[in-house]
Write a protein that binds this ligand. Structure first.
Ligand code: GLA
Length: 741
């Protein structure tokens, strides 16, 4: 009996020491990993705050390899595959050590796994925030041997999920058609989201996803895992859903290993990009709000600063960047209450003036023919109007017709034996960022501009070409497959260097619009040009998709001219302003073309936007009616500030049908106990008030009973100067500001 008791105790002790569980938490999320020295690390739980005991009781606990490497324990698909010097591919990973640390808002758990077969380690790191439900996953690959190894698959994260009935939301797009939101059931098999463009990571698919765990994707209900991989190069996100009840669905995310076998020298390591994850038990809306908060407070450069209203010259004058045009637009945007003027493409090139997209990239000197007084005089002129000055550059590129290419043909990406594939204008090429001289040059483009003109306030950093030739003239042949990783690591290092030297200048990220929209860039950029597509109907849907993952203040949204250049669609000025006011408002047209009534209206709309800007740019977003679902006749959303004292409601009627249903919109995120005074913002009809104007209504009633939309959008019938351009009853909108009494 005594023997039996002793055996039981020693067994219990053994089990106890076996089960070394590490919990890391955010306010509402928990991650539990089992890490016992000498054993494989196990993934136990990820979800809403719970203890392991609770997770077990709910059937939500698991015990799968935390990170599976090829060759051993083949219960899950492998996230790591390494070719060792002797040709061996197998690894046997066991826990070597665990470290926990806390810095600022972040607690980090790092588990080091040692390969028992080779001198090689993996470090799995999980970083949890204490003020928002975000945990970042990343993995470091460490070659402890003397000889190089080849990483053939080197994911950042592997995450088992206990659901076989998932729905997946992802974003897809290209130039002028960015951020198309797709929701689909995740069937059995493997679903892959990936990009192989080399340097334009949001093209054709974004490295972001939402996975609902109960089937369907709902704004306000259900368990949803939101993830976004912060990486500026080729990526892969794989969802493996085997038709085997005992296997979980596995999410793996990381650098795309295709054509990217990565040679890792002896004694060196590679830290893979972070997968940012949030777990919501209140649907996708809550996951978006968490990512927005995290991005603004912890990730995007100057994320909590308000963004200015600006005019960008591109759609207005394209390459006709003359002194007179710049002055006229700058004068107009200042008079309209704008805060910045940005001179886009066409200002540079000495030997080869930039009159079209076929020449001059690389020659970052002012084109005296167009701007005889130079940049300095232009900055001064713009500042004299009381507004800021911005300038366009595309520093990673060169045209074959340029002084730079004449001097340094060896700086471009190309295969030595074949003519390089040119991009935009039939003459654009991509500089080889792996070459340290190119890195210096790219740094120098910004550094020289900012040193010569320290009062430049803003830079639009463009990138209009993918990696069409994936061959480096700098890397040796034996390292060509390191290109896509090393190229992008060098880009990041160069951006870091630029930011160390010039921390304040606002830099907008652009890549033929939004084809680089990715969190990997956002520690260096304050905002993103969402798309060259400025048609408000198309834009509204794109912004809707982008807002799934990115906060409104980083998404530049500009008002185009009445007849959109790309769709030929005619839309009212108010609708164009109201769609752009969802995000960071700007203007992308020649204000001199405004009628006096339009000018008056634009002035009012800009002034009113500035009034509601703190709520729009920093508030919590609640999507109310999706333009992508149902009849697609309406869209509606509201923003609420952090203490719920103010809100902004935006309602869009996209399509008019006779006898439209009296659609009701219930607001969200308000304080049910408070009363809000309601005011219409940027109305076209100053003398014609809405029934709701000036009324004080409780948050409870606004959320429970809601507002009937046609009551707000139907009234615009009569003749009004600004109505002259109305050709139909489509494209009506209303913005309301709510202030708690
Ligand atoms: C890209 C950008 C545009 C504009 C042009 C200039 O297409 O997306 O906004 O800056 O380049 O050439």
């Amino acid at each position: 009996m005594k023997k039996l008791l002793l055996l039981a105790i020693s067994l219990l002790t053994a089990i106890g020491s076996y089960a070394e569980n590490y919990t890391i938490s955010t306010p509402n999320n928990t991650l539990i990993i089992e890490a016992t020295k000498g054993k494989a690390a196990k993934f136990r739980y990820y979800g809403t705050t719970a203890s392991l005991e609770e997770a077990k009781a709910l059937g939500k606990a698991m015990r799968y390899d935390a990170f599976h490497a090829f060759g051993h324990h083949a219960e899950l698909p492998y996230a790591a595959l390494v070719k060792f010097p002797d040709g061996d591919n197998a690894m046997d990973l066991v826990v070597d050590g665990v470290e926990q640390s806390k810095e600022g808002h972040i607690t980090t758990l790092c588990i080091t796994l040692k390969d028992t077969l080779h001198p090689f380690r993996l470090q799995l790191c999980y970083a949890a925030y204490d003020d928002c439900d975000v945990i970042k996953f990343s993995t470091k690959y460490i070659n402890d041997g003397k000889k190089p190894v080849v990483l053939q698959r080197y994911m950042s994260a592997s995450l088992p999920v206990l659901s076989k009935d998932c729905s997946l939301l992802s974003l897809h797009g290209e130039n002028k058609n960015e951020c198309n939101e797709i929701v689909e059931p995740l069937g059995f098999g493997t679903k892959i989201l990936s990009s192989q463009e080399g340097n334009r990571t949001a093209f054709p698919t974004h490295s972001s996803f939402m996975l609902s765990l109960e089937g369907g994707m709902h704004e306000n209900s259900g368990n949803v895992i939101a993830g976004t991989l912060a990486w500026i190069g080729n990526f892969t996100i794989e969802f493996v859903n085997a038709a085997l009840p005992q296997r979980p669905t596995v999410i793996m995310a990381g650098i795309n290993p295709s054509a990217s076998d990565y040679t890792l020298d002896g004694g060196s390591s590679l830290k893979t990009p972070e997968l940012i994850l949030s777990y919501s038990n209140k649907g996708k809306g809550q996951a978006s709000r968490t990512l927005h908060y995290w991005a603004r407070h912890h990730h995007v450069l100057d994320g909590t600063k308000l963004r200015e209203v600006l005019l960008n010259s591109w759609e207005g004058v394209r390459f006709d960047t003359t002194q007179a045009n710049m002055e006229s637009m700058a004068t107009d945007i200042a008079a309209l209450g704008g805060e910045m003027f940005v001179m886009d493409d066409g200002w540079f090139g000495d030997k080869y003036p930039r009159d079209n997209d076929k020449t001059s990239l690389g020659d970052w000197v002012v084109c005296r023919k167009k701007l005889p007084e130079g940049i300095g005089a232009l900055v001064k002129m713009v500042h004299s109007k009381g507004i800021k000055f911005g300038i366009w550059i595309e520093p990673e590129m060169v045209n074959t017709k340029s002084e730079l290419y004449e001097k340094h043909p060896e700086w471009v990406l190309r295969h030595p034996a074949i003519e390089p594939q040119t991009g935009r204008g039939g003459s654009q090429l991509l500089l080889d960022m792996t070459n340290p001289k190119v890195q210096d040059f790219v740094f120098g483009v910004v550094d020289k501009l900012m040193t010569e003109h320290p009062d430049i306030d803003y830079i639009k950093w463009d990138n209009n070409m993918s990696m069409l030739d994936a061959s480096s003239q700098y890397l040796p042949m034996s390292r060509q497959s390191n290109l896509s990783v090393d190229f992008n690591l060098a880009t990041i290092a160069t951006l870091e260097r630029i930011r160390a030297a010039h921390p304040k200048v606002i830099i907008q990220l652009c890549a033929s619009g939004g084809t680089r929209l990715n969190y990997g860039f956002m520690p260096y950029f304050q905002e993103v040009w969402t798309s060259d597509m400025t048609d408000p109907l198309h834009r509204l849907k794109m912004q809707w998709g982008a807002l799934d993952f990115y906060p409104s203040n980083i998404l530049a949204a500009h008002v185009c001219s009445h007849n959109n250049k790309y769709t030929q669609r005619h839309t009212p000025l108010k609708f164009r302003f109201d769609v752009a006011s969802m995000c960071r408002l700007g203007v992308e047209m020649v204000p001199a073309t405004f009628t006096p009534a339009e000018r008056e209206y634009a002035k009012r709309a800009i002034a009113e936007y500035k009034q509601i800007r703190p709520i729009v740019q920093q508030g919590d977003l609640y999507k109310l009616i999706s333009p992508l679902e149902g009849s697609r006749e309406y869209a509606a959303l509201n923003y609420v500030n952090s203490d719920k004292s103010k809100a902004v409601v935006m309602i869009y009627r996209l399509l008019y049908t006779f006898g439209m249903p009296h659609r009701i919109v219930q607001l969200q995120g308000l304080d049910p106990e408070r009363n809000y005074r309601i005011r219409e913002v940027a109305s076209e009809f100053e003398n014609e008030k809405l029934a709701i104007e000036g009324k004080v209504i409780s948050g409870r009633l606004l959320m429970e009973e809601g507002v009937v939309i046609p009551e707000l959008t139907q009234r615009y019938k009569g003749n009004h100067p600004i109505n002259e351009l109305r050709e139909s009853n489509d494209y009506r909108s209303v913005i309301l500001e709510l202030v708690a009494e």
